[in-house]
Ligand binder design. Structure first.
Ligand SMILES: [Zn+2]
Length: 54
């Protein structure tokens, strides 16, 4: 199974759940970069959300 990573505009590489910040202001939770708060695309965030360092 391949891992999903997301390169944020701030330069942070988002790989794991803890790299994401959950923002549940609306009906659907938004996931943002923990460093800068830039939104991470939903589908990408959903995949990363299930990844843990091992
Ligand atoms: Zn960022």
């Amino acid at each position: 199974m391949s891992r999903t990573t997301y390169q944020c505009t701030c330069g942070a590489r988002i790989r794991f759940k803890q790299d994401l910040e959950k923002e549940s202001s609306g009906v659907v939770p938004n996931w943002t970069c923990r460093d800068c708060g830039t939104p991470v695309p939903g589908q990408t965030a959903e995949k990363i959300r299930h990844q843990h360092p091992s």
